[in-house]
Design a protein around this ligand. Structure first.
Ligand code: FAD
Ligand code: DLZ
Ligand code: SF4
Length: 511
């Protein structure tokens, strides 16, 4: 008999470590849709539909290559509902001589796999996931002895190692980072190109029916499902991004426009994280656009930094710091997640826009996640466990390895500054500068206090005052604390009273 090779929903890559040496005559590849994974957090309907359809298409592609595939659908009457029990069942069915795996993206799944070595009556071989560009060992060597980790230094090393946008030993253009050029306010006269759309084929239609029935009470919408579900489709998304959006990606990277969820972003996170695209091919394709003169350096460098820098850095931290990282709560935040995160029922226009788009598309771009939703969660002191669960549920590109460090490290400062040098806290002026949301908001972004004022304005100072003991010594917040110290007593009393009123309204669900 041959090997049983398990492929998870986020491992849909034809040359995956556990598939590359397949013996077509004897081996079986297994994929399974299991209830435990659908509900350990109750994922957005669109996310489940995307993954199941992509898994089914991938299985078809393997079959077309002549590979034997054991595919278990969620509604298969024999489906036992978990990875462990389904792998056990496949072992009885096929009596393989070994089980070959690629290490999973999540610690939770890795822990289960490590147990399989004991409980399964077969040899278990877990291979490194070589789709990532920095191995766990390389990252821990880089991190060793550093009290705080800074993405910028990691990114420079990665640029050198992979020779991306380099001129010998120096970066092209002589600067490593062009973020200073990447903070323009939105230009409302520019028409944002229409996003890629892939109408459902028969496989996707069947999945949509299944998900509508089985996940009826999950968050989010399946309406007009149009994700790519194959590698071919994902390559089209990438090509469309490169042609139509990349040149302006840098300039408008942080900009937000009402009713415009897609902006100049790439929308490839879903596909990268599920394995339909690989990071290095994306980076090379985008670098080439610079060399061809089709896109400016600030756009190309800014985009490459997200994938070669941030994505690898975030993953490195996850594996270095788990399982402890998930429990960190440096600021001792404990407010339960308000219902408005699920309903979008709020008068704060920036929050309503970001949440309703998230419900509709299982997508929001980085600045909505960080500076609107994240900023709200940080300033109001929401419980990190609940905030993490929300982000893991609602985005179709979310897996714990990438969601957790972004939320606990970047947004909530729950790791005390290991990942980010300061909390990304901001008042309404930032959102007003980067968006047109405030024009249609009942709150006044220019008002600093009182019922009509933009809540971010006083929540910002209240946050700093409340967390002085934990943040007062942070060098990067020095200027803000000096401003707070200079604030008249009445003004501070007003800030605190406004914040208390806001929290009372938040509890009542009327902000
Ligand atoms: P683009 O803006 O076009 O960027 C290109 C690619 O760069 C992304 O597809 C992604 O692969 C990578 N990238 C960019 N920023 C980051 C980052 N901070 N960390 C890791 N990769 C990055 N990204 C996820 O893939 N999954 C998540 O669950 C996730 N959760 C997030 C939660 C919060 C609170 C924040 C602030 C960010 C989160 N991100 C997450 C990072 C980022 O917001 C998304 O990768 C991005 O919005 C996806 O859209 P896009 O493909 O259009 O990205
Ligand atoms: C997120 C998810 C969902 C909803 N369903 C499945 C599934 O049915 N089968 C599967 O193989 N993987 C699923 N996943 C992804 C896993 O929960 C997990 O996040 C990744 O495999 C990373 O370890
Ligand atoms: Fe958001 Fe404040 Fe602007 Fe309203 S005024 S959209 S709450 S930043």
């Amino acid at each position: 008999s041959g090997a049983l090779r398990l492929v998870l929903a986020d491992q849909l890559t034809h040359d995956l470590a556990s598939l590359c040496d397949i013996n077509m005559a004897d081996d079986v590849v297994m994929l399974c849709e299991v209830q435990d994974e659908v509900t350990y957090v109750r994922h957005h309907k669109r996310k489940v539909a995307f993954l199941f359809s992509a898994m089914r298409h991938f299985a078809e592609e393997l079959r077309r290559k002549g590979i034997t595939v054991h595919y278990v659908t969620l509604d298969d009457s024999k489906n036992t509902g978990s990875f462990t029990s389904e792998v056990g069942r496949a072992i009885t069915l096929f009596a393989p001589d070994r089980l070959i795996l690629t290490e999973p993206g999540e610690y939770r799944v890795r822990a289960a796999m490590d147990e399989w070595r004991q409980v399964l009556d077969v040899d278990v071989e877990i291979r490194d996931d070589d789709r990532f560009l920095c191995t766990h060992d390389e990252f821990s060597i880089w991190a060793e002895g550093r009290k705080q980790l800074r993405m910028d230094f990691f990114y420079r090393d990665m640029r050198r190692r992979f020779d991306i946008l380099m001129q010998g030993d120096t970066p092209i253009g002589d600067k490593w980072n062009y973020d200073a050029d990447n903070r323009e306010s939105p230009d409302l006269t520019q028409v944002v190109p229409a996003p890629y759309r892939c109408p459902p084929d028969d496989i996707t239609k069947e999945v949509l029916t299944l998900v509508a029935a089985r996940c009826a009470d999950h968050f989010g919408s399946l309406e007009d499902f149009d994700f790519a579900v194959t590698r071919k489709g994902a390559l089209e998304v990438l090509a469309k991004f490169i042609d139509e959006r990349l040149p302006l990606f840098g300039k408008f990277q942080d900009a937000m426009i009402e009713d415009e969820p897609w902006m100049y972003h790439s929308h490839i996170g879903f596909y990268l994280n599920a394995g339909l695209l690989t990071p290095l091919e994306v980076i090379k394709a985008v670098e080439q656009e610079y060399h061809n003169g089709n896109a400016p350096l600030n756009a190309v460098e800014g985009f490459i930094r997200q994938i070669l820098g941030w994505r690898e850095f975030i993953r490195g931290i996850y594996w270095l710091k788990m399982p402890g990282y998930a429990a960190l709560n440096y600021l001792e935040a404990s407010r339960p997640l308000p219902a408005l995160f699920w309903t979008g029922d709020t008068r704060m226009n920036c929050m309503r826009q970001s949440i309703s788009q998230t419900a509709r598309y299982a997508y929001a771009h980085h600045i909505q996640r960080l500076m609107v939703l994240g900023n709200f969660a940080l300033l109001t002191g929401l419980d990190p466990v609940m905030v993490n669960e929300w982000y893991l549920v609602v985005y179709a590109d979310a897996y714990e390895w990438v969601e957790l460090p972004n939320v606990s490290g970047m947004v909530l400062f729950a790791d005390g500054g290991y990942l980010a040098s300061k909390p990304y806290a901001a008042g309404g002026a930032y959102i007003n500068r980067m968006s047109n949301y405030c024009k249609n908001c009942v709150y006044k972004v220019t008002a600093k206090s009182g019922k009509e004022a933009c809540p971010f304005n006083y929540l910002y100072w209240d946050f700093l005052a409340r967390n002085r003991e934990k943040l007062g010594n942070n060098a990067r917040l020095g200027m803000m604390y000096r401003s707070l110290d200079k604030m008249a007593d009445e003004k501070i009393t007003q800030v605190k009273a406004d914040a208390l009123d806001f929290f009372a309204d938040l509890d009542k669900g009327v902000v």
